[in-house]
Write a protein that binds this ligand. Sequence first.
Ligand code: GLA
Length: 381
Amino acid sequence: MSLQPRVTTEFEKRFGSAPAAIVRAPGRVNLIGEHTDYNDGFVLPMAIDRAIWIALRPRADRSVLIHSLDFDQTIEFSLDEIKKESGWAEYIKGVAWSLQQADYALRGFEGVVAGDVPIAAGLSSSAAWEMAAARAFSVTSNFAWDAPKMALLGQRAENQWVGVNCGIMDQMISAAGQADHALLIDCRSLDTQAVPLPPDTVVVVLDTATRRGLVDSAYNERRAQCEAAARFFNVKALRDVSVDQFEAKASELDPLTRRRAQHVITENDRTLKAAEAMQRGDAIELGQLMQMSHMSLRDDFEVSSRELNVMVECAEYQPGCYGARMTGAGFGGCAVALVRADAAQQFSADVAAAYEAAAGIAPHVYVCTATNGAEVVMMRS
Ligand code: GLA
């Protein structure tokens, strides 16, 4: 949904004139390629029609003053002395810190922010914040938008300022997404290729409405296991091991590391196949690959949860569903389904009812469209 009118009206109310610019940066859903980004592998996410919007005007000094409509709170900080605190403003401060570390000369701004990416649902609201902040600074400080560079600096803010050890997928898709397309991202080179959604299909996000505290520690543990497997194969990252190479040596690995590596190596393969299937408009194959991805995440990588499995099972039996899987880091959060467009409404209602009956929790269901990544939606000359 466009939040442009909301941030514009509020900006006028607070600052007494129309904003000089409006930027937005979206959340994301990953179609396939899970837990592959930190293995230098492939991911296939799309930017969704839920985003963080900032209406702003540059300031002559080095202050950033921003009012959040969602938190009903105003914060102000100086670019000369950014202090780590906690709360929503850390994403903006972290990005300012990261840009300045990389020698960008920043100018302050004042503005109003609002968003509709659900928080902590696994739809990358934090990456959306980071890329919206970076886009805002690119406008006020007059530098060109270089999506991979901005994604890397956003990831650095997330890793070192916010303290979450994520890969590059979320910032990259929020920075570089393309309307009506998913993006095949090579997480080593950061090359991207836009692939269209199969004709007459929609992507439905199925939020289990469960969150697990375990995510961070389990995520770091999985990363360490993947690194151990890469050492075993004597490669830089698991991206460098083909399915054949894996099968030839797999029996020498301890069973746990073997399962972790098997997920990543086969998931990379599935992701490349999924992009090819999309190029051909083959929804059936894409759906099957999503289904296989889920089983691999559930059984070999062990990052699914009871609710995610229930949701995927509820989804896959509905008419018009090509495939469904958990999406994002796991342990709660969202599943994603590929659904025939004309069945989407019925599908959404029926999955929600089936999930609620089986899990005892009311889910949130979003039929999503693929949008552009971070962009300037309005700028006064
Ligand atoms: C989280 C991280 C991403 C990625 C996914 C799993 O969303 O932020 O970098 O690792 O988990 O695919």
